[in-house]
Design a protein around this ligand. Structure first.
Ligand SMILES: [Zn+2]
Ligand SMILES: [Zn+2]
Length: 242
């Protein structure tokens, strides 16, 4: 990780900044690596949306309202928000960040959040917790992308970020190919709070890279609430459309 960071900063010194999407050279020293054309293609999530799970209603012109899923099965988190839809070109950049360690994309990805009109307020969060990886997955990957994102999203609030309080104690197979119901069953009891006294009475902001079915965020929120958190809000970089 330290070597990666070193190489990334060396690369930044030797090569001018280039757009993360189209590789076109960008003007001047900048850490926002999107050219205006590519930035315009990133599908930011706009209202109206479900205030509970953050699902966007594509053609609706109306107000925010609860979606059918949240009405049927209210989640354990208060509100989830994502910055953008999980589509190209963003999906490819997130994939390269996560699986090829292109961590120099982080600052640009985190700054996309500032393009949103409204987002879950962080001012009232007492703790910012990344969705944890199982130690085995962490060893494979070398870093937790959710922790790096939390640090990039909230550089001034690093003291609130605690990657040790919520841990992933149960190994689960990769979730991508599974249905919502199977995901929920697999994740049951997958997370553990290491120090409930530290959590009691605290409002939590949970951070992850992608919100897919919401099963992971929901199981984290359930575990946090059962261990004394007053509320859990969720911020992800991207959200898979249903
Ligand atoms: Zn571009
Ligand atoms: Zn919803």
């Amino acid at each position: 990780m330290a070597v990666n960071a070193f190489l990334n900063s060396l690369a930044a010194l030797c090569f001018p900044p280039r757009c993360l999407c189209c590789d076109q050279g960008l003007d001047g020293p900048t850490d926002f690596l999107f050219c205006p054309d590519c930035l315009a293609t990133i599908d930011l999530i706009r209202e109206p949306l479900c205030p509970s799970c953050g699902r966007a209603f594509p053609d609706a012109a109306g107000d925010n309202h609860l979606c059918g899923n949240c009405l049927r099965r209210p989640p354990h988190f208060t509100a989830a928000r994502a910055v953008a839809h999980y589509r190209e070109p963003l999906a490819g950049i997130i994939h390269a960040f996560k699986f090829s360690g292109r961590t120099f994309a982080l600052a640009s990805l985190a700054r996309l959040r500032l393009c949103l009109d409204s987002q879950p307020a962080t001012s009232s969060a007492d703790l910012i917790l990344p969705v944890p990886l199982h130690p085995r997955r962490l060893r494979e990957r070398g870093f937790n992308q959710a922790l790096l994102l939390a640090q990039a999203f909230f550089p001034a609030e690093r003291h609130l970020i605690d990657p040790q309080l919520l841990i992933r104690s149960k190994w689960t197979p990769p979730q991508t190919a599974l249905s919502g119901q199977t995901r929920r069953r697999n994740l049951k009891g997958a997370f553990t709070v290491t120090d409930p006294a530290r959590l009691a009475g605290r409002a939590v902001l949970l951070v992850d890279d992608v919100f897919t079915t919401g099963s992971t965020a929901n199981e984290c929120a359930r575990t946090l609430r059962r261990n004394g958190a007053t509320e859990v809000r969720v911020l992800t970089l991207a959200r898979v459309a249903e």
